[in-house]
Ligand binder design. Structure first.
Ligand SMILES: C[S@@+](CC[C@H](N)C(=O)[O-])C[C@H]1O[C@@H](n2cnc3c(N)ncnc32)[C@H](O)[C@@H]1O
Length: 211
């Protein structure tokens, strides 16, 4: 994760390694902590042996929109996706599929929170990530991903959409006026995990953009 962050251009203010653990790269700003001090400083139960502190540049909404347009990708929008594990997994998949930018709406977990960063394996730092509200996205046409009732994924022109919106784990999409896209499921199965739905949709966008 630290190597990913470094490769994405982050400058570390401090790297703290647990006594006996190795850093993946040389750093001037390194300190070593005893196992007890290290345990007290981490937020996880079974931490890896290194903690990094870096300042992140969060993108503005217009930077995120510009990046998406330049790559001819829809802007990815998270509408109250609350589980940081899901948010991190979506960031990782978005970057893997080639999406350059992601926007999180109020009520979503912070992609730069520690758990989300870990779930993204540090890949989140490659994306332009911005926070916004629905009113900031006025004028951006797009598709909302819905567990049911949308156009089947194979038929919806999602690759030319201005945005693709993923909804909350418990309540789905908060806006009711979006065009909808649905990954058809076997009868009796209600919905996909939001990160799984995102993966199918993003890689379908990738496939079509490459065709
Ligand atoms: C667990 S689902 C939400 C289910 C929720 N009960 C509802 O009312 O929609 C979380 C999100 O994953 C996405 N999702 C889940 N299944 C999907 C599917 N089959 N096709 C497209 N998106 C899906 C949607 O964005 C949805 O809002």
């Amino acid at each position: 994760m630290l190597s990913e962050a470094r490769a994405a251009g982050l400058k570390f203010e401090l790297i703290a390694a647990r006594e006996g653990d190795k850093l993946p790269f040389h750093s001037e700003s390194r300190v070593t902590l005893t196992p007890g001090a290290f345990r007290a400083a981490t937020q996880t139960v079974t931490p890896q042996g290194v903690i990094g502190i870096a300042r992140v540049h969060e993108a503005t909404l217009s930077e995120a929109i510009q990046a998406a347009r330049a790559a001819r990708w829809p802007l990815i929008v998270l509408d109250r996706v609350q589980d940081p594990g899901n948010v991190g997994a979506i960031c990782r998949t978005a970057a893997a599929a080639g999406a350059p930018a992601l926007v999180v709406l109020e009520g979503s977990a912070d992609p730069y929170g520690a758990k989300a960063v870990r779930a993204s394996a540090g890949i989140v730092f490659r994306l332009k990530v911005a926070h916004a509200a629905w009113k900031d996205l006025e004028g951006l046409e797009g598709y909302g991903a819905a567990a049911s009732g949308g156009a089947p994924l194979s038929e919806a022109p999602i690759e030319s959409a201005g945005m693709i919106v993923l909804g909350s784990e418990a309540h789905g999409l908060s806006r009711k006026d979006l065009k909808l896209v649905t990954v058809p499921l076997t009868e009796g199965v209600e919905s996909l995990n939001v990160a799984a739905a995102a993966a199918l949709i993003f890689f379908e966008v990738r496939r079509r953009l490459a065709a």
